[in-house]
Design a binder for this molecule. Structure first.
Ligand SMILES: [Zn+2]
Length: 533
């Protein structure tokens, strides 16, 4: 017997003697008698899932052996934990590190930094997240808008060659810090001031390092078709996958155009462009009142410039007139009652009121012009976030059915009971399973799980998550397909989803018996260009 083998045997004997008996069992966790929906889209089958440490070690109908903990999942579905690649979880994550609005829906990984907005640089922020005991896994994109803001400012002009190189260096740094790609918000200032070519040059850097491009497009209303073309072009010429994030059609006059946008995606994919989509299952969007209802030029230069601009009566009148058109045709949904205030730092009592309420409170005329002036007043006071009911259900369903569409919430981590946030933070994944799968039959359960787990994992290169298979990280959701349901509404948003029984993250039970556990097993996940310092 070799010296090395003897040593190994001795070490084994010592370790075995020192450990409590549970540690000698083959599995730490065994979920038995489940309907397994494995994430691939294949039909469910009955079986068991076994976990050791942070890893799935066995899945199938014949998994045998003792486990430290057994969960009987008779009547329940076991699926991979859901991956949400569009969140604004920075809002609230440090106050509520359990992110339970997400975990209670079966979400086990959240991505931040969408819409062109991220910390720059990323490394200190990710270190802060890593030092915080959080429940779900956490990953990031680096934001084009934030980088442009840093290098060019909030100014409406193309970047110089020197500035483009500086921005490229920041994209590269973001990828080295662990980003999974470049996000853009070309709808927002300052992203809106960037020509397509600039975005291509920056996206190419992320692409060379294995990242994707994910975009809140320049326009989701009258120019939505052009915007899809632009997104596809950025992916095609930048040489990287391109994702249309929270795809929707804004404005009644444009409803139905998803037939055209999806055709463009199909055509792109047919010629080899890796274009994909994500979506939240609601017919209202949410962002700042200013971004939603104001023309871009009026938002140039930051807060001081905006306040100064409003002091000039002629400019103010022009902003009001253009905003009235946006309220009529786009995010205003044609009526001030379709704009709801989500939160205002300077007056918490406005949360839940509509723009029509604010207009009436200010004694403004009950017209679109009056609504536009109410919006100006809101921006002047410091701005509010709003909810905008202007998305067509028919488009939502058509987009959800498309095989290249995955699910992403665009939500945040709300402080329970505070303000009047969009219900998507509490309900997105449960709504797809309860309303669109069970009640409406728009897609199958297996397809929904694919869109919420395997597909976003594949998109972001998380090769060890998103599917129930031996060797994968043990991120698992256990739910009742007959009762899973979103409870949050626009009127009463602070309601957790129901029907999820257990959530396992990195092998630890993070949610059970209606409550998040003390485990907080979430990790920071680093992207393909990550270089450890
Ligand atoms: Zn967005």
């Amino acid at each position: 017997m070799s010296r090395r083998l003897l040593l190994a045997l001795a070490t084994f004997a010592t370790a075995a003697a020192a450990l409590p008996s549970a540690q000698a069992l083959p599995y730490d966790l065994l979920i038995r008698n489940a309907r397994i929906v494995d994430g691939t889209g294949s039909p469910w089958y009955r079986g068991h899932v076994a976990v050791r440490g942070d890893t799935i070690v066995a899945v199938g109908p014949m998994v045998d052996g003792a486990a430290a903990r057994v969960i009987d999942a008779t009547g329940l579905v076991v699926s991979p934990g859901f991956i949400d690649l569009h969140t604004h979880a920075r809002r609230g994550l440090f106050e509520v590190p359990t992110a339970e609005n997400y975990v209670r829906q079966g979400v086990t990984t959240i991505f931040e930094g969408p819409d062109g907005g991220s910390p720059v640089p990323l490394a200190p922020f990710l270190a802060k997240v890593a030092a915080t005991r959080i429940t779900p896994n956490f990953a990031m994109f680096v934001g084009h808008g934030s980088i442009r803001s840093e290098v060019v400012g909030q100014i409406d002009r193309p970047a110089t060659r020197d500035e483009i190189q500086k921005m490229q260096a920041l994209v590269e740094q973001g990828m080295r810090d662990g980003a999974f790609g470049l996000s853009s918000g070309l709808f927002y200032v300052p992203g809106a001031f960037a020509p397509t070519e600039e975005v291509i040059e920056l996206a190419a850097v992320a692409g060379r390092m294995g990242g994707i491009y994910i975009s809140h497009m320049r326009d989701e209303a009258s120019k939505v078709v052009d915007s899809v073309r632009e997104t596809i072009r950025i992916g095609e010429e930048g040489g990287l996958p391109a994702q249309i994030t929270h795809h929707k059609i804004i404005g009644k006059a444009y409803w139905g155009r998803s037939a055209d946008t999806l055709r463009l995606v199909d055509e792109a994919r047919a010629r080899g462009v890796d274009a994909t989509i994500d979506q939240y299952p609601y017919t209202a969007s949410s962002t700042s009142v200013q971004a939603a209802l104001w023309p871009k030029w009026a938002q140039e230069g930051g807060r001081d410039a905006i306040v100064a601009r409003l002091k000039d009566p002629a400019t103010r009148a022009t902003i009001s007139a253009e905003s009235a058109v946006i309220i009529r045709d786009e995010r205003g949904g044609g009526d001030a009652r379709n704009v709801q205030i989500a939160s205002c730092d300077w007056d918490a009592s406005l949360a839940g009121k509509t723009l029509a309420d604010v207009r009436d409170m200010r004694g403004l005329p009950a017209t679109l012009d009056g609504a536009a002036d109410a919006a100006i007043w809101i921006v002047e006071q410091g701005g509010c976030s709003g909810i905008f009911h202007a998305i067509g259900e028919e488009d939502l369903v058509r987009i959800l059915r498309h095989p290249a569409t995955m699910v992403g919430s665009d939500g945040e981590v709300p402080i329970f009971g505070q303000a009047s946030p969009h219900p998507r933070s509490y309900g997105t994944f449960a709504r797809v399973l309860g309303f669109y799968v069970r009640e409406k039959g728009v897609i199958t359960l297996e397809e929904a799980v694919r869109k919420m787990a395997a597909f976003p994992a594949q998109r972001t290169g998380l090769t060890d998550r998103g599917v129930l298979r031996p060797g994968m990280k043990a991120d698992i959701a256990v739910f009742d397909p007959a009762t899973v349901k979103d409870m949050a509404t626009f009127e009463q948003p602070h309601q957790y989803a129901v029907g999820v029984s257990y959530v396992v993250i990195n092998g630890d039970v993070a949610f059970e018996r209606g409550a998040v556990t003390a485990a907080r097993p979430g990790r920071v996940l680093y992207g393909p260009g990550y270089t450890k310092k």
